[in-house]
Design a protein around this ligand. Structure first.
Ligand code: FES
Ligand SMILES: [Fe+2]
Length: 449
């Protein structure tokens, strides 16, 4: 458990809060870039601040305060101009620095206005728009691997979650929830729908692999790394596991990313928990399906986005896919969960470390130091999982994650994704390629015998 004061410290993200100051040291993803092709002006709320993101006719991105300086009209209704955004009421024009550069209805301009709209720098990377809300000079936008890895298909799933960001992120520090939220609860949901038999017959259904993760747990481990936390579970045959083995869990990238699947894998993902404010989270699943050397991934003109549904047409929760199961337990803990009333157990070891790391990094910013993952210059690529892919080893924990063409996309949010057909084609090509390689190897081996 935490004290009430520590819970406040770790969860609050508004301006002038310790946690908010920490968050304001990072480039924060705020929208899929492709959304601006649909509508070039969008309301954005991030770290408790109401802003408007726009792309003007010259292609410049801007992120400015949402209220016109003249008479407070909400600029989400603004009109993109050649250079800047115009208020729809009297046409005042604002540039990406928040400066008012034209007041068309003022016959006798009375000089420059001193006031400016709030304005923050924005940049695009990997199909996402990132904003920096902190003190200048802004750090470099880190080139995390999945955003820049070549020869891959991408899609972006977004969801708004009605709770504090840290609940979503603590889920990452909790390797054992899988057995229940994605195993037993999955089974219960399918039984209620009369679909369990069908799932039980599918040996690779997520439900079976997840149930297995709860059997024979000896202990959990969690270690701080240069970029976050690595963690996993040690299993023991004596306690019922198939054998003694260690299974690495997803990688935590500070402050609010988690990575599943290694770079270059046929399926990998960042889950990014962006604080909208203290009680809402903008949850991004940044999904990447990479081709191995020798296979070419189809080209995409832009990275498409989608919103996985959480309710059916009757308003009932949809719970038969992994992300929806996670989302349920995140906001089922309450808007900001009361951590003074917890009873932590042995499965919460990584969560304790995750909280300690967050507290320490907030402390660094309080002392005027840079927190981790703050880059003055970014390397061309930063490996979230620590290293470049080694294609001689399996890059996925669950092999079915490369068999979407055989129906194994169905258990997670990806099933709603606009790039799904491309992914199935890619996975089919990868399987054909790997089978051909295997056949060639066997032929060579039998020839040399
Ligand atoms: S309110 Fe915006 S120009 Fe008048
Ligand atoms: Fe989960």
């Amino acid at each position: 458990m935490l004290t009430a004061a520590m819970n406040e410290r770790l969860t609050r993200v508004g301006p002038d809060t310790p946690g908010g100051e920490l968050m304001r040291r990072y480039w924060i993803p705020i929208a899929p870039y492709s959304q601006l092709d649909e509508n070039p002006v969008r309301k954005v709320r991030v770290l408790g601040e109401d802003l408007v993101l726009y792309k003007d006719k010259s292609g410049t991105l801007g992120l400015v305060g949402d209220r016109c300086l003249h008479r407070n009209v909400d600029l989400q209704f603004g009109i993109p101009d050649q250079c800047g955004l115009r208020c729809p009421y009297h046409g005042w024009l604002f540039n990406e620095g928040g400066k008012c550069v034209e007041r068309p209805m003022e016959a006798t301009p009375r000089g420059e206005i001193k006031q400016k709209l709030k304005a923050y720098p924005v940049q695009e990377l990997g199909g996402l728009v990132f904003a920096y809300l902190g003190p200048q000079p802004a750090p470099a936008l880190p080139r995390w691997d999945l955003f820049v890895w070549p020869n891959a298909i991408r899609q972006i799933g977004i969801m708004t979650i009605n709770c504090n960001w840290l609940q979503c992120h603590e889920n990452t520090g909790d390797p054992t929830h899988s057995a229940w939220a994605h195993g037993h609860m999955f089974q219960y949901v399918l039984e209620q729908q009369g679909r369990y038999e069908e799932a039980a017959a599918r040996a690779e259904h997520t439900l079976h692999t997840r149930l297995k993760t709860g059997i024979g747990i000896k202990e959990l481990y969690a270690n701080e790394t240069e970029t976050g936390i690595s963690k996993g579970v040690r299993y023991s045959q004596e306690l019922g596991a198939d054998s003694d083995y260690t299974r690495e869990h997803s990688t935590v990238i500070f402050p609010f990313f988690t990575q599943t699947g290694k770079t270059g894998a046929p399926r990998s993902e960042y889950q990014i928990r962006v604080p909208i404010d203290d009680t809402h989270t903008y949850h991004i699943c940044y999904q990447v399906y990479a081709a191995p050397p020798g296979v070419e991934a189809p080209q995409q003109d832009s990275v498409p986005w989608y919103e996985p549904p959480r309710h059916d047409e009757n308003g009932k929760p949809i719970l038969d896919y992994v992300l929806a199961q996670d989302a349920l337990v995140w906001d089922a803990q309450g808007a900001i969960t009361d951590r003074t009333a917890e009873l932590l157990g042995r499965t919460d070891i990584p969560i304790v470390l995750l909280r300690r790391q967050l507290d320490q990094q907030i402390g660094r910013v309080e002392e005027g130091l840079d927190p981790i993952n703050f880059y003055r210059e970014s390397p061309d690529i930063i490996y979230g999982s620590g290293s470049a892919p080694d294609y001689s080893k399996p890059l996925l924990k669950h092999n079915f994650r490369k068999l979407y063409h055989r129906g194994f996309f169905n258990d997670d949010a990806d099933r709603y994704g606009p790039a799904l057909e491309l992914v199935k084609d890619l996975h089919r090509k990868i399987e054909e390629f790997e089978t051909a390689q295997q056949n060639a190897l066997e032929k060579t081996e039998s020839g040399s015998n």
